[in-house]
Design a protein around this ligand. Structure first.
Ligand code: SF4
Length: 205
């Protein structure tokens, strides 16, 4: 039977104390996807954003996606959300997916890509003393929430930080992300991120 990760997240949130918000480090793939996730989580967690995406190609595209967060964070509802300075290390991505360059989107290359980003987020969460970590990636209809949650739970075990199981596309999360993005005039890319998604897939994130 398929897990309902939205329900699992709601149960986890219902167990939180009303008086104290736990700290959550959120790996953000891009500002449009992050918009609806921030809206969903900000009431329950002290959020710190982590734009850790060594998969993005070329560097100019990486900078363009990163710049969109200025508009998102200054959006009045999100103005107390912090962001960790970004690091771009494309060689780490290339090393982690070597031999899988020709995989279709959603295949083994993506699994490695998710693991790279989630493991680094778990490591960073531990470093800064966050209670939880999570990713915005599941808001996309193209991203497999089951796989993301499996990788997140493995990284949680490895680093000793809780992973917030989730599926942000549920409850019209993707639709909401397009609404906020339109309202803020955010740039929405037309490919997932890596050079292979431009060459072989070329579909929206
Ligand atoms: S298609 Fe997207 S998720 Fe898959 S490897 Fe490329 S950037 Fe990562």
């Amino acid at each position: 039977m398929k897990e309902n990760y939205q329900m699992i997240m709601e149960k986890e949130i219902s167990r939180l104390s009303e008086n104290e918000k736990p700290a959550l480090l959120l790996q953000c793939c891009c500002a449009p996807c992050s918009s609806a996730v921030l809206e969903r989580l900000k009431e329950h967690f002290k959020l710190t954003l982590y734009f850790y995406n060594p998969n993005i190609f070329p560097e100019s595209e990486y900078k363009k996606r990163l710049e969109q967060f200025d508009a998102l964070i200054s959006y009045h509802d999100f103005d107390n959300i912090k962001m960790i300075p970004s690091i771009y290390e494309p060689e780490k991505f290339e090393n982690s997916i070597r031999g899988l360059e020709n995989e279709r989107e959603g295949g083994l290359r993506c699994e490695k890509c998710f693991a790279l980003r989630l493991n680094e987020t778990a490591r960073k969460a531990k470093e800064i003393g966050a209670d939880y970590f999570c990713t915005t990636l599941s808001v996309s209809p193209h991203k497999n929430a089951e796989l993301l949650n499996k990788i997140g739970l493995e990284a949680a075990k490895e680093y000793g930080v809780k992973y917030l199981q989730s599926d942000f596309k549920k409850k019209e999360g993707y639709k909401r992300s397009t609404e906020i993005s339109r309202k803020l005039g955010l740039y929405r890319q037309n490919y997932c991120g890596c050079k292979y998604s431009i060459w072989f897939d070329n579909k929206n994130d």
